[in-house]
Design a binder for this molecule. Sequence first.
Ligand SMILES: Nc1ncnc2c1ncn2[C@@H]1O[C@H](COP(=O)(O)OP(=O)(O)OP(=O)(O)O)[C@@H](O)[C@H]1O
Length: 257
Amino acid sequence: MSGTESSSDTLTYRRIFPEHVAPQLEDDSPPTAHLYLDRRSRIGCGHHSNVYKASFRLPAPLETESEGYAAVVAKVAVPRREARGFLNHEAAIYDSFPEYLSQEFSGYALVPGIKFPVPVGAVVPKFFGYYVPEHDGYDALDTASPSPILLLEECGSPIEPQNLSHDAKAECLSMFFRLHLSGYLQKSAFKKNILVQPGPLTVAPHKRSLDSPSFRIIDFGRASRRPAKNKKDWLDEKDIEVKDVQKVLRIPRHSMC
Ligand SMILES: Nc1ncnc2c1ncn2[C@@H]1O[C@H](COP(=O)(O)OP(=O)(O)OP(=O)(O)O)[C@@H](O)[C@H]1O
């Protein structure tokens, strides 16, 4: 992959995750994608990273039927070892997520703690890969080198809990239940880590609208996976996370069963 900061500034990166090796092109060259990144397109920042809107041109014909562009966000770590560590960990978590966690609306289901069926669908952004600068002996934690890049689906802006309907809050909470059921704790329950964007309308004209909001949980730099043994601590942490999310969403305790 090559990354462009300005028209005259191109860097080459290689994909670490997903690990699978794409088939070589006929002339034996590796497939190449292009990321068009402009520092002026920053849309978010946290304690450990900056997040930019970017355009990602996929290699053809390997990743898609035809060559195409995807609107993505590029998350890069600030120059601190700890931040690089978080980004590495987050990339491994995204790489391990089952595919259904990033698939759009897929129906209704009963989830623990909620008495009525809730919509189930994507919980996390789609993962477009984790890339490191291409040079010998590259050390992702060495802050003298450019940061690796985590490429994700763009998922809107942070929620404002006071503006959310009852149903929307139930949907956000149920996303955390689905994440937990899939074996993950996010461990950073803040409103800035739940994003909302216009979602697909189920009735004509089927365009995207905030009348049908679409939510995603982001920021998995501190996330943990359910251990095979000694699950007690994990289950306790899960209960704490549910309470934290309820607080963030301003859901009164007595409304849960
Ligand atoms: N997939 C995305 N789509 C749209 N905006 C995003 C996305 N990911 C991150 N952002 C924006 O960037 C901000 C910072 O991202 P994030 O919370 O992942 O950074 P961080 O540095 O890991 O956070 P922390 O402060 O918890 O260390 C988010 O609050 C959000 O506004």
